[in-house]
Design a protein around this ligand. Structure first.
Ligand SMILES: [Zn+2]
Length: 178
């Protein structure tokens, strides 16, 4: 159960401008206060909507900055450099962390950056939808690693196995272009 809040005193970004108004929340913004509301005075603070991070690999956020050349022409070059080092340190040890720890670090990093919803670009781990995961993660999605690292057959198979009416699926695209 999410603690209902009555937020007073804060400046609020409404998508166009900063306004001063009270805000009622449960797990979402509501018109009126819910029962059991706790009042929080956020005078001096500004509230923004959570950002949506449209591309992350949540189990890889604990790697250090990984740059092996001065300049990369594209992400594929970097991916090849990275893949060649995955079984060397520090990546070997970092890859051995428990899955939950790796995912939690990724979720927490997003939250601290202001992202409250994340699109995960890797297999859909069950842990991503635990109630104590720091951010919301899109649940119904299809994904392919990349046009560079995946074979044509893998990309086609992933496209065909994308759940109907989820972002990226053929049914979703058709519905949007109608
Ligand atoms: Zn990716």
């Amino acid at each position: 159960m999410v603690q209902p809040l009555h937020i007073i005193g804060a400046h609020i970004w409404n998508g166009h401008e900063v306004v001063r108004r009270d805000l009622y929340t449960t797990d979402r913004v509501t018109e009126k206060p819910a029962s059991g509301t706790m009042t929080v005075d956020l005078a001096g603070y500004t509230i923004f909507p959570g950002l949506v991070n449209a591309h992350d690999h949540l189990e890889l956020n604990h790697y250090p900055r990984s740059k092996f050349r001065e300049v990369y022409d594209n992400a594929h070059q970097w991916g090849e450099d990275m893949n060649a080092r995955l079984d060397t340190e520090p990546y070997k040890s970092l890859r051995a962390y428990p899955l939950w720890d790796k995912l939690f670090i990724g979720g927490l990093k997003n939250l601290l950056c202001g992202a409250t919803t994340v699109i995960h670009h890797n297999p859909p781990h069950r842990e991503l939808w635990r109630k104590d995961f720091p951010v919301r993660v899109l649940r119904k999605y299809g994904w392919a690693h990349s046009l560079h690292f995946s074979t044509d057959a893998e990309v086609v198979a992933s496209y065909r196995s994308t759940p109907r009416m989820s972002p990226g699926s053929s049914t979703w695209r058709k519905a949007r272009t109608r």
